[in-house]
Design a protein. Sequence first.
Length: 240
Amino acid sequence: RHAVLSARRRFRMFLQTRGLADSTHDPRVVVDFLFVAFLYGTTDSVWRSPAARVFRLSTVLPSAGLPRGRDATDLDAFVLPHDPRLAAASVSALASALGRAFEQDGRPRLVDAPVVRYALRAMRRVAPAGSRYAGSLPYAPHVVVPFLPRGDSFKALRLRTLFALRATTMLRPGEPATIARSSIRRTRDSLDRPIVAFSYSSKSSVAASAAFDTNYVEFLPENSPVLFACPARNLLDLRA
């Protein structure tokens, strides 16, 4: 609710700085609003700053470096005049809150217009999100395996199992905690290979209002030099 109220207030303030009526129904104005947020931030003082007041979508589009023949609203090749101060994900959240504000006010959802979607996609491409903690980190689980804790303690077993689940099944950070212990079982896949299957609550299952989702981990060969990190064995041991 707070996000919707904040988005409505900021958009109205933005319209005032542009000398536009509150009833404006132009999606390009929404794009202008989101780009200002992207480039300058979303504090109240920013909306009153000279830089924000002189910013116009029409002045940015010619410098976007778009090949000839492409639609002027296709901002895939958009080039920023300087580094953004707001993450693309934060701008998307602002757009969603503004869309809810439009709905509550009985106005068209301008944030669903193609030009707005193109703009949000452009922001994600020119300023992609990186790792929150380690920056650009290559996906190389085998480099980590030698440093995993060994032994039969609960702490060591839990860490090995969590690592194996994330590395082999690509579960999201919070999803291993939703695995139902009673669902962990030995079975075989379509190629008759032994696996350990389990049920858990995934983002997709929640979105589809499904009771649960399923996945599995495999066994490492008996002669594997890293048998202690076997995903299936560790999950079975943690269940016990």
